[in-house]
Design a protein around this ligand. Structure first.
Ligand code: G6P
Length: 608
């Protein structure tokens, strides 16, 4: 989704902004722009399309500028064109502003401003804010921004510059992340640390309702009510290597292949073999508190929600605690029942998804303890939850989540083990589980031996318009995730279904043109899934089976079989999803799709 970068310091600003914008491309966007301060005036360049378009426009710009802001826009109000792209400016062009989020009362503000004689140039909600700042300007730039924000309802992360006050960026946050990067005689502003990691790893995360005045030498932070805040510098541990492609054609492919390593990272230091239990200090809970949990609500969006569904199967079966999994966007507007012994787990790769944050806050309002299962250290959900477990997957750049998903599953299995061992799970059962978990990374590695075979299957089906994914039990959510991966990046319509539910509808769609991916592992429902395969084959559907290594019987029933190593049944999603990620990737590649930045999607969805 939208991205912000800003710089003030001794270096030429344009290359820093352009490099920063490229680092933000992964978030998903449809236009981009920059505003530079030069000789006490503003130079604004913006365009629809990719950063490469913007690069062409600024190519050959040879001007001295040491202060500027840049933006990648993901359209909400107004089509993605040059006019609607950020930065937005007042009239005459003295103030430039970039904005992530949505100004919900923009219509009221627009009417008010128009009555004062201001003329709107764009269809965006953002533009009103820049005029509002001008309206409030009384010689003090920060004060003008602060007063304007007091009139705004909605969400924002903003960076603003003014030709009347050069060498200064004013930044503020409400519901949309914003970070200040601290360098030597230079400072940065960005919506995501990736945009500044080339220059500094010393950062200050702004909190909601905070406003910062950033100059080369310092940054002053106050609340929007003008109370002083003492900034807390944090060190980012992600490295540049981690946010680069490392020889792979796409981030998504790199991230799929990183999984053996990221799975290890998610469990490192957390397995206690002697007691067959996991150690999760970040939860900040005493044993007694963990024993008292009577009900769990898991909330999340997208792929993280699928991880939550798998968590439900694991926790209910081993720990015998009732679990409900709720879409965050639904939970936030319900009137949830949260009793004192109910806890909430909030799953989010980015830690910034607006609906997930809102669901978390709703649960807290009802008195529940909330725990984050988050990747991005220092993100809003990580900071606002009562405790949590980082998944340590490293930066995930591909919009379609892959390695974060499997790392979320590792953390959910560690939580399951801990809760289950405190209840009825025997030492021996715990030992079987923990030993199987430890072996998952090397088993994941083996799956890549099938990649050539998966490519061939992709070639055969890449022109199909529809796909069906079936699974049962703990592999039903994997079917959902496989279908989601395919539709996200290849734009093929795909549906995930519980295998046995096929006969209540989707079976009507099956004919020789319908590929059906079936997760058919050697588990207690194997025979039943085999019957579903037969039902598909009888109607000439094409079956691509994900099966357990050594299962020769299935080779006679399905059109294609991709084998995965055998493991503990409840851990099988950690492996069965990998061939589905690869299949989606190779199909999208053959269809010429933009794998890392699929159309209309965003990495971190910071609007409702
Ligand atoms: C977007 C992304 C998905 C992700 C979902 C939830 O839709 O494209 O890949 O699963 O948001 O994001 P989160 O960061 O909260 O896990």
């Amino acid at each position: 989704m939208c991205g912000i970068v800003g710089y003030v310091g001794p270096k030429p600003v344009l290359p820093i902004l352009m490099a920063g914008l490229k680092r933000l491309e992964y978030r998903g966007y449809d236009s981009s722009g920059v505003a530079l301060l030069h000789n006490h005036s503003l130079i604004v360049t913006k365009t629809p399309g990719k950063i490469a378009q913007l690069e062409k426009l600024v190519d050959g710009f040879d001007l001295e500028s040491n202060c500027g802001i840049g933006h990648t826009r993901w359209a909400t109000h107004g089509v993605p064109n040059q006019l609607n792209a950020h930065p937005h400016t007042d009239t005459p062009e003295e103030i430039a502003l970039v904005h992530n989020g949505i100004i919900e009362n923009f219509r009221t503000l627009k009417e008010f401003l128009e009555r004062q004689g201001f003329k709107m140039k764009t269809e965006t909600d953002t533009e009103v804010l820049v005029h509002l700042i001008r309206f409030n300007y009384n010689g003090d730039f920060t004060e003008a921004v602060r007063r304007a924000l007091l009139q705004v309802e909605g969400t924002y992360g903003i960076a603003v510059i003014s030709s009347k006050d050069p060498n200064k960026i004013v930044a503020a946050r409400m519901g949309s992340p914003l970070v200040i990067g601290h360098g030597e005689n230079e400072n940065f502003v960005a919506s995501d640390v990736a945009a500044m990691l080339d220059h500094t790893n010393q950062v200050v995360y702004l909190e909601d309702g905070e406003i910062a005045t950033v100059t080369p030498e310092e940054y002053k932070i106050t609340t929007i009510e003008n109370e002083k805040i003492a900034p807390q510098i944090q060190e980012v541990t992600w490295t540049l290597d981690q946010i680069e492609k490392g020889g792979y054609e796409h981030f998504m492919l790199k991230e799929i292949h990183e999984q053996p390593a990221t799975l290890r990272n998610a469990m490192r230091g957390r397995l206690n073999f002697e007691e067959a239990i996991s150690r999760l200090n970040g939860l900040n809970l005493q044993q007694e508190q963990l024993r008292q949990i009577k009900r769990i609500v898991i909330t999340a969006c997208g792929t993280s929600w699928h991880a939550g569904l798998i968590g439900e199967y694991m926790i209910e079966e081993l720990a015998r605690i009732p679990v409900e999994v709720e879409y965050a966007s639904e939970f936030r507007y319900r009137s949830p029942v949260m009793e004192p012994d109910t806890v909430m787990f909030v799953i989010s790769q980015s830690g910034e998804t607006t609906d997930t944050q809102a669901a978390m806050r709703e649960a807290k309002k009802h008195g529940a303890s909330v725990f984050g299962i988050v990747n991005v250290v220092g993100s809003t959900i990580a900071r606002e939850s009562d405790g949590g477990v980082y998944i340590h997957a490293g930066p995930e750049i591909g919009v379609a989540s892959t390695k974060a998903f499997t790392s979320q599953l590792v953390v959910l299995s560690l939580i399951t083990l801990m809760l289950a061992r405190m209840r009825n799970l025997s030492f021996q059962q715990g030992q079987e589980f923990i030993e199987a978990l430890e072996k998952i990374p090397e088993k994941a590695e083996k799956i890549f031996e099938s990649e050539d075979q998966i490519k061939k299957i992709a070639e055969q089906y890449c022109q199909t318009n529809n796909f069906l994914y079936l699974g049962r039990g703990i592999n039903f959510p994997v079917a959902l995730e496989g279908a989601l991966k395919l539709k996200e990046i290849s734009y093929i319509h795909a549906e995930g279904y519980p295998a046995a539910e096929m006969k209540h509808g989707p079976i009507a769609l099956i004919d020789e043109n319908m590929p059906v991916v079936v997760i058919a592992l050697k588990d207690p429902v194997y025979e039943k899934v085999m019957s579903n395969i037969a039902e598909v084959r009888t109607r000439n559907g094409q079956v691509i089976a994900i099966a357990t290594e050594g299962d020769t019987e299935i080779a006679e029933r399905a059109n294609h079989v991709i084998y995965i190593p055998e493991t503990h049944r409840l851990l099988s999603p950690l492996l069965s999803v990998i061939p589905l990620q690869l299949l989606a990737y190779h199909i999208a590649l053959l269809r010429g799709c933009h794998v890392d930045q699929p159309r209309n999607l965003a990495k971190s969805v910071t609007v409702e």
